[in-house]
Design a protein around this ligand. Structure first.
Ligand SMILES: *Cc1c(COP(=O)(O)O)cnc(C)c1O
Length: 472
């Protein structure tokens, strides 16, 4: 179907080959349709395939490597090899029994948006060079802002994921308020201290405070650390709160932390990479109360917003802060500078040449509607409660270590031997039936389920837990 793409008047516009390197356009159509079929077929049968499969380095290299191909090879054979070997050996975060770390239950419409962006070789760096994609990005940031309940005027930028999203927020904090001490807790995702180190924060300026008994930031320890630093002549700059910790799903007391930040003129950064999307539901909005008071917030739409990898988001509630931090205007970009109402996304993070990660979000929100997103996120929250209830039916066997909290539950075998949790989760994962991970909470080993895939059924959850209950 031809699209009304603005055209210019030239003779024989199709006299040249369509493909830069010479593939026949009909061949491109045939292979493209084949890929659509391969992808949809895999989505249809994914529950009967491995939730995770890890290969042997030498074996994978032997099948995927080989001598540099000097001459053309058959693309059908390459696609089939890619699917059978490369793409089968990974964690399938969209598998309904993938419960490890954080799943990635992506949606069809988002995949389509991503494909369109790639096919049109979309760029979203400057207004002049990408005003269409830039507008889509402005729109999805605004739609997500509304869904999350963030203040009007909040700005944002899409990046590769949580790690870079958090780095982007930290850099904005420093550019607005100057250098100083950052406060994390022992449940802060390990990529955040790495971000702070990478920004050149001296070790002594990254305080990792012991969390309280519920694995949340301890307000008394935070206040004591700030007082101690002030007494020693250091400037408290930034509190790094977590809205949904990867380990337990716990959310730090955001309102109390925001009060401290207000009183001390500090920046509140909230890492909602995993849990942030819970705030689009009524229940999650209560759990994440105070989220709207963040100066910066990170979200990972490739986790709980049904997008394929990769896409992270950094929201900043102080207008202009991202540009004040990141804008540059070298000579060769002069002709693509923004006019009023336009955004140069290359001036909002470290990425200049960047594809449009907004298209997939735009396509999926339009296709399904925001209500569907709310229902799907709520389903993930409810799934963890189903898991907790099933575990509680066997108090002789299981102990709940942290209750179901926005899609995560942590539990332990009673009378557990050292290494037992890791061994049982490995057994389940090796079987391919499900993928489960263990983690460590203040030195204690626990099993953990992250249940955010709305395709996951009660049976998936019960069968996985029952498999973990059997020693072999
Ligand atoms: C996943 C995660 C990160 C890191 O995000 P990436 O997308 O993997 O870079 C940071 N914080 C939290 C809470 C996470 O769950």
């Amino acid at each position: 179907m031809p699209v009304n793409y603005p055209s210019i008047d030239v003779d024989d516009p199709f006299g040249y080959a369509a493909d830069t390197l010479g593939m026949d356009p009909e061949e491109m159509r045939r292979l493209g349709h084949k890929i659509v079929d391969m992808v949809v077929d895999r989505q249809l049968r994914k529950a009967s395939e491995h939730a995770i499969l890890t290969g042997d380095p030498a074996d994978l290299m032997a099948r995927l490597g080989g001598a540099l191909p000097e001459d053309p090879m058959d693309p059908d054979a390459s696609l089939e090899l890619m699917a059978a070997v490369a793409l089968s050996h990974q964690q399938h975060g969209d598998h309904p029994r993938y419960f490890a770390r954080v799943p990635g239950p992506c949606s069809f419409a988002a995949i389509l948006g991503e494909w369109m962006g790639t096919g049109f070789n979309t760029i979203s760096s400057s207004w002049g060079g990408g005003s269409g994609p830039a507008t889509v990005e402005i729109v999805v940031i605004e739609w997500m802002r509304q869904m999350l309940g963030l203040p009007e005027g909040t700005e944002g930028v899409l990046v590769s994921g949580g790690s870079i999203g958090n780095l982007t927020g930290f850099a904005a904090a420093r550019s607005e308020l100057g250098h100083g001490v950052a406060y994390c807790c022992d449940q802060t995702h390990s990529s955040l201290p790495r971000d702070l180190r990478e920004m050149g924060c001296p070790e002594g300026h990254v305080r990792i405070l012991e969390s309280d008994d519920t694995y949340r930031m301890s307000m008394s320890r935070l206040k004591a650390a700030i007082a101690e630093d002030k007494a020693a002549g250091r400037r408290p700059l930034l509190v790094v709160a977590t809205a949904g910790s990867t380990n337990t799903g716990a959310c730090d007391p955001l309102n109390e932390i925001a009060d401290v930040c207000d009183a001390e003129n500090m920046w509140l950064h909230v890492d909602g990479a995993y849990g942030g999307p819970a705030a689009i539901t009524e229940e999650g909005r209560k759990t994440l109360a105070g989220l709207h008071r963040a100066d910066s917030l990170t979200l990972d739409p490739h986790k709980w917003f049904f997008q394929p990898y990769d896409v992270g988001a950094c929201f900043v509630t102080r207008p202009g802060a991202l540009e004040r931090c990141y804008a540059m205007s070298p000579e060769y970009l002069k002709d693509v500078q923004a006019t009023t109402g336009a955004v140069n996304f290359g001036n909002r993070s470290l990425e200049l040449t960047r594809r449009s990660r907004a298209l997939k979000i735009w396509m999926s929100i339009r296709t399904y509607g925001a209500r569907k997103f709310r229902e799907a996120v709520q389903q993930g929250i409810d799934n963890a409660k189903i898991a907790e209830a099933h575990l509680r039916e066997r108090p002789d066997m299981w102990e709940i270590v942290t209750p179901a909290q926005i899609g995560v539950v942590c539990f332990s075998l009673r009378d557990c031997e050292l290494g037992e949790h890791a061994a049982r989760s490995k057994l389940v994962s090796d079987s391919g039936f499900a993928c489960v991970s263990s983690t460590s909470l203040k030195g204690r080993s626990v099993l953990r389920l992250c249940t955010i895939n709305p395709l996951t059924t009660r049976d998936d959850i019960i069968q996985t837990i029952d498999m973990l209950a059997r020693p072999q």
